[in-house]
Design a binder for this molecule. Structure first.
Ligand code: 2P0
Length: 350
């Protein structure tokens, strides 16, 4: 651990037998994170900006077990698969290293978001795990340090540490990796008098064929469009911050739409191509265009999956949901507003 790191990490107390429970929600990026410049440290190519949702919470309890030889991980009451367990153990190793404690842990996660369907289950999941594990191992971290820790589980989790709108800074490029690590975390974004909603059309809740991690790696390595998109995304972020500050939903939506379409263009031009857009996605995207033609401010964004999220004014959310539900025949539609950041729950679950 570097000196600079250790000043941020003050062991608060020795871990108690009861462990800690945290809850966090996913976030949807309006300026996307797509591509790492450092795979080990989870340093992104570009900064990204998102809205944390008020739905789909993940609740995670971490309890230390001094006598156990291995971590025990359950998802919704069932033992985690090998891959998932390894990923969580790797993350806990970071926490153990920082806490100077070797104890294994019992991790129990309850997830209400469909896993692996481009609905950012890993964002809420690792934000909740970071907060619960830090507390269980007795680390007293400030929000930026918690965000940096969550980032090491899943990049997008760095943003779910915060509620409302958050920007994840790519951090410095010039510094050695250890310094870049210290500079890449999320923080809240200033927003004007905006009352937004995201209408989420789940056209396919099944797991995807290519994980976002593999897809973004392939895009960075092979897409001729990746660097131009990354450059334009930096400009999009500047425009997005200004649009949020003046509460200009149409500008926010226009920038978000072009940013996600550009991200998908980079994937479509990867070799081999990664295509998450499905016929059902396109039907929903068409319905968003029709809403706009009819005078409703509605703008789409999509992630590493076929599902579509539609940004609109809260007052229009029911009408937008109705139009999207008709287009996404057979799919499910959810309405989300801005939610809270990751937080510890007390013994009573509050
Ligand atoms: C985002 N996505 O900004 C982007 C847009 C998907 C498309 O963050 O490898 O699960 O764990 O850092 O965070 C999904 O990727 O990837 C994601 P890892 P993560 O929300």
């Amino acid at each position: 651990m570097s000196e600079q790191q250790s000043t941020l990490l003050r062991p608060r107390e020795r871990p108690g037998a009861n462990g800690a429970t945290a809850v966090a929600q996913p976030n949807i990026a309006l300026i996307k994170y797509w591509g790492k410049r450092d795979e080990h440290l989870f340093l992104p190519w570009t900064s990204s900006l998102s809205m944390t949702l008020d739905i789909f919470p993940t609740t995670t309890r971490v309890r230390l077990d001094a006598g156990a030889a291995d971590d025990e991980v359950t998802f919704n009451g069932a033992p985690a698969g090998d891959g998932e367990r390894r990923r969580i153990t790797g993350f806990l190793d970071l926490v153990r290293h920082r806490a100077g404690l070797a104890h294994r842990a019992v991790v129990d996660t309850r997830n209400t978001v469909p896993t692996g369907a481009g609905l950012a289950s890993s964002a809420g999941g690792f934000a909740a795990l970071a907060v619960a594990a830090a507390a269980a191992y007795g680390l007293d971290l400030d929000p930026a340090s918690l965000s940096r820790l969550a980032r090491r589980g899943s990049g997008s989790a760095s943003r779910s540490v915060f509620g409302g709108f958050a920007v994840w800074n790519a951090g410095t490029w010039t510094a050695p990796p250890a310094e870049a690590d210290l500079s890449s975390y999320a923080e809240p974004v200033a927003v004007g008098d905006l009352d937004p909603a995201l209408v989420i059309a789940v056209v396919d809740a099944g797991p995807k064929e290519v994980s976002s991690r593999a897809a973004m790696r392939r895009t960075v390595e092979t897409s001729p469009l990746f660097e131009p998109w990354a450059a334009s995304s930096r400009d999009d972020l500047t425009g997005m911050r200004a649009a949020l500050l003046r509460a200009d939903l149409d500008a926010v939506g226009e920038i978000a739409e072009r940013n996600f379409l550009g991200m998908h263009a980079t994937m479509l031009s990867a070799r081999p191509a990664v295509r998450y857009l499905s016929p059902a996605s396109l039907t929903v995207l068409d319905s968003v265009l029709q809403l706009r033609r009819d005078g409703t401010s509605a703008y789409a964004t999509m992630d590493a999956g076929p599902n579509v999220k539609v940004l609109c004014h809260r007052a229009d959310a029911d009408r937008v949901a109705e139009a999207v539900r008709t287009a996404a025949a057979g799919g499910t539609v959810h309405i989300a507003g801005p939610g809270r950041g990751a937080r510890l729950l007390d013994e009573g679950g509050r």
